[in-house]
Design a protein around this ligand. Structure first.
Ligand code: KG4
Ligand code: ZN
Length: 343
């Protein structure tokens, strides 16, 4: 079984092929970071247009690298949501059309299911059930993953996502877009020098989080001019990391989950990785991360999620092109990949 995966939910065009036995056999990614950088954030219309330009050449490269024709594939999986509607529709219509032309099934994949399965691209020892800390530009969630398509939301950020907080704080510090990696590099050179930012909502029970207040604390520190940008970056990173680690520890305790998966762009952050690894070791719970390149958006995780769905007997009947801008993970079912309204 071989599944082609197509990811176009935001500002990355990803195409990959995953084989049931051999694993990942080819993948290509085009990042639109340079395209959006001058605007300081993703411009949806530009994103859609760039996906249109990139998707077929990337597909050609992936098929060439895998040395196969489209008709030899078992299915085409595509990100059906959540994400930017125009961007999603680009990948969805290409995927649906290719599947039709090649006479194979299409599979509508939930972007976050792709993220949380991404560690499996490198480590087949992970199995359900597990707890997921999903930390991306758009989501910060603690999810109890009981099985494929069986996800319970335990807690989430009530305002900014962790990645969003990184990006906004980076902007305050005069760093470029996207800010997460830049802020993280700056933090490594900084000594917090006595600056301690609040750990939001740690004093309260429950598994929800909040990161928008931290931004204000950073702004105050910047305006005071009492600390160097690197020290502020470090203090910010420590506050976010400590908060995520502690909430995750509580979620492990509450759910009894025997393993932890950390996924999404912020999972590439070194301080957070170290903190979660140390906490996991103390709790006796193995911690799985995707390799850094597969923490952020990519086609490989979509191909893998599609393969797992195909193996479980889920195919998308009919010829509908499915795209949902909003799509809570807890609504996902195994059989019904993207039920509900189109658009
Ligand atoms: O998962 P992702 O590629 O896109 C979404 O689906 O949202 O995550 C992107 C987010 C951005 O906010 C980016 O700043 C953040 O992940 N990010 C990081 C790091 N690398 C990416 N944040 C902190 N440290 C990093 N090393
Ligand atoms: Zn993502």
């Amino acid at each position: 079984m071989r599944v082609l995966g197509i990811e176009t939910s935001c500002d990355e065009t990803g195409v990959a092929i995953v084989d049931a036995e051999a694993g990942l056999i080819a993948h290509r990614l085009h990042s639109q970071v340079d395209l959006h950088a001058v605007y300081g954030g993703v411009v949806p219309e530009l994103a859609s247009r760039d996906h249109v330009r990139r998707i077929l050449p990337l597909l050609r490269e992936v098929l060439d690298e895998a040395e196969m024709e489209g008709t030899e594939l078992s299915a085409v999986a595509y990100t059906a949501g959540p994400g930017l509607l125009g961007a999603l529709l680009t990948g969805a219509s290409v995927a649906r059309s290719l599947a039709y032309g090649w006479g194979i099934p299409a599979l509508a994949v939930h972007h976050l299911e792709g993220h949380l399965l991404a560690p499996l691209l490198d480590d087949a020892s992970l199995s359900f059930p597990f707890l997921v800390l999903l930390v991306s530009g758009g989501h910060t969630q603690l999810i109890h993953a009981r099985g494929l398509g069986d996800y319970e939301l335990l807690g989430e950020s009530i305002d900014d996502a962790a990645g969003e907080a990184f990006d906004k704080t980076a902007k305050l510090l005069g760093l470029g877009y996207p800010g997460g990696p830049a802020l993280s590099r700056l933090a490594e050179t900084g000594d917090a020098g006595g600056l301690r930012l609040p750990r939001p909502m740690l004093d309260r029970p429950g598994l929800d989080m909040s990161f928008s207040g931290l931004k204000t604390a950073v702004l105050t520190a910047v305006q005071k001019g009492s600390h160097a940008p690197a020290a502020i970056a470090r203090a910010f990173e420590e506050a976010v990391s400590d908060t995520l680690v502690e909430k995750t520890r509580r979620a492990l305790e509450a759910s009894g989950a025997p393993a932890l998966v950390v996924a999404g762009g912020v999972a590439a952050n070194r301080r957070l990785r170290a903190g979660l690894n140390a906490m996991g070791a103390a709790q006796g719970v193995p911690v799985f991360f995707p390799r850094p390149a597969f923490c952020t958006d990519n086609g490989a995780m979509i191909a893998l999620a599609g393969l797992r769905r195909l193996q479980a007997g889920a195919v998308d009947e009919g010829l509908a092109i499915r795209a949902r801008a909003r799509w809570p993970l807890a609504e996902l079912r195994l059989e019904e990949a993207a039920a509900g309204p189109i658009g």
